[in-house]
Ligand binder design. Sequence first.
Ligand code: NAP
Length: 307
Amino acid sequence: MAAPVFDHIAIIGTGLIGASIARAAAHFGAAQRITLFDKDEEVAKRAGALELGEVCRSAAEAAKGADCVILCVPVGALGVCTEAVAGSLKSGAILTDVGSVKAKAFEAMATHCPEHAHLIPGHPIAGTEKSGPEAGFDTLFQDAWCILTPDSGVQKDYVDKIAELSRFWETLKSKVEIMDAVQHDRVLAITSHLPHLIAYNIVSTAYDMESVDDGQVVKYSAGGFRDFTRIAASDPTMWRDVFLNNKTAVLETLGRFSEDLAALQRAIRHGDGDTLFEEFTRARGIRKAILEAGEDSDTVNFGRHTK
Ligand code: NAP
């Protein structure tokens, strides 16, 4: 096993992502010491019982002396968490996060991050619909992208820290990409945020129909609908914060999506089979390109690593 990237990491928030980082860092030897904090005492106790690391009584205590502090909390809590750890960040420490939105995440953390620490936001593109420390597993990040959205600073210290954090994620078996935060938010709006919004919406529409259709929606729910219900089981706090903090990109994407949907609606109404066939053929081609790029597989559960 290679030498640990960090002597000491602190993980604030021990849910699915925090617990998975703790497990992966221990499993792949990316950190020697792991301190943890979760604001929910019961969750923190469970993280301790799972032996994910040393559980501390406050975020400040967990962050004290850490080389890298990783905020694994909902996007809406990043500001308050940075404020909580700011006084304990040692000189040269990396402050990072795993939030699914990056421009607002940077703003929220930058307000409280002291100058002697290096703020490098991040987002591992890996997850499941489950929450809590028990949901975490050490191979969650394997072969998944981890996007880092550093500030535009080019000072040598900062560049070195970006390389260090990249090495950490690579040790957890992630593929690292550096991206502009606004660009990240635009891309994720269509690839992740909108699909979740659609899943939440289709499931609640079906639930409303269920009350008039006498249980038949659930009884005959086919594979397509079942996949939506799995996505719609995702944590409501996390997803509320994603939509509140990526408002511009999501609304723009939703506008384009609604126009395209209206075109399909029109084609159905007018019996325009050619348009439907062309659109479906084009979409099938996109799916083929994703498979060929190695970003998904045809195996059960789309080939994703799950617990
Ligand atoms: P999770 O399982 O719900 O865990 C989040 C944990 O953080 C909860 O235990 C929560 O406690 C705790 N927390 C909230 N505010 C806190 C604070 N101020 N101080 C300390 N702990 C606090 O959520 P998750 O799925 O790990 O998501 C965490 C982050 O990862 C989010 O920003 C999300 O956008 C990002 N992310 C998630 C996925 C995914 O698929 N789930 C993928 C990539 C990135 P309470 O429950 O008491 O609030």
